[in-house]
Design a binder for this molecule. Structure first.
Ligand code: URA
Length: 231
């Protein structure tokens, strides 16, 4: 990360004061004075401010219950984003693991730890993603078999990976995927001649949406939840 961001996160300096502290020569990197606030620093560096060693800031890991009508982007000039739901300081530099459509709701994982985000989303790890969907039309009797076999989505030449479809009622289903193609759940039901009316993500890997979180609320992940995606 940049040195001025490190000073902000570790020492609580505003970005302006962090830049000034660097330019004034108050910051040393492995014993050497540095005057470049944009310089890249890593956890292996020893960074001091006025002679005191600064700790490397702990990464942040959050779960958020995404409400409808906000987009999974870090900023947008026209629409409310999921980051806008967080207090300004909490939302800084967060990355989103696995986006949800604007009208979809439920579990979203966010972190400023890029390697962890990669472990959550990488197709290599194939973590399960579980969705509750309500459908516009009653479910076709062949749907479960087609989800298991894999479906050719419009414009693609590779079947979807085997997915599990559990019928909860004529128009309510629970879908478990191990991949994350663009609008995948909606397109899979579209290929069956149906339409998804509502979509809610309940789980990613071993992390379930906390039922105590109202739409728009968030909480820090526990150490066990963070560790569920390996290290
Ligand atoms: N599949 C979709 O169609 N939309 C989502 O938001 C997530 C999965």
């Amino acid at each position: 990360m940049r040195l001025d961001k490190f000073l902000h996160d570790s020492a609580g300096l505003s970005r302006k004061l962090a830049k000034k502290a660097v330019r004034d020569g108050r910051v040393r990197l492995d014993g050497e004075a540095t005057h470049d606030p944009a310089r890249h620093v890593a956890p292996s560096d020893t960074i001091t401010l006025d002679g005191s060693v600064l700790p490397w800031p702990a990464p942040r890991y959050l779960m958020l219950n995404k409400p409808p009508d906000c987009i999974c982007a870090t900023r947008d000039p026209h629409q409310r984003t999921v980051i806008d739901l967080l207090p300004p300081a909490a939302g800084e530099h967060l990355l989103i693991a696995g986006r949800l459509d604007i009208d979809a709701t439920g579990l979203l994982l966010l972190s400023d730890d890029g390697r962890w985000i990669h472990r959550v989303t990488s197709p290599r790890h194939a973590h399960e993603k579980v969705y509750l969907a309500t459908l516009a039309e009653p479910l076709d009797h062949s749907a479960e078999a087609r989800f298991t076999r894999g479906i050719f989505l419009e414009g693609e030449n590779k079947r979807t990976l085997p997915a599990t479809l559990a019928r909860l009622s004529e128009t309510e289903v629970r879908v478990t995927l191990t991949e994350g193609r663009y609008h995948q759940v909606k397109r899979m039901f579209g290929a069956l001649g149906n339409r998804v009316a509502t979509l809610h993500r309940e789980r990613i890997g071993r992390i379930r949406l906390d039922p105590a979180l109202e739409p728009g609320d968030y909480r820090e992940l526990t150490a066990a939840e963070v560790a569920a995606f390996g290290s």
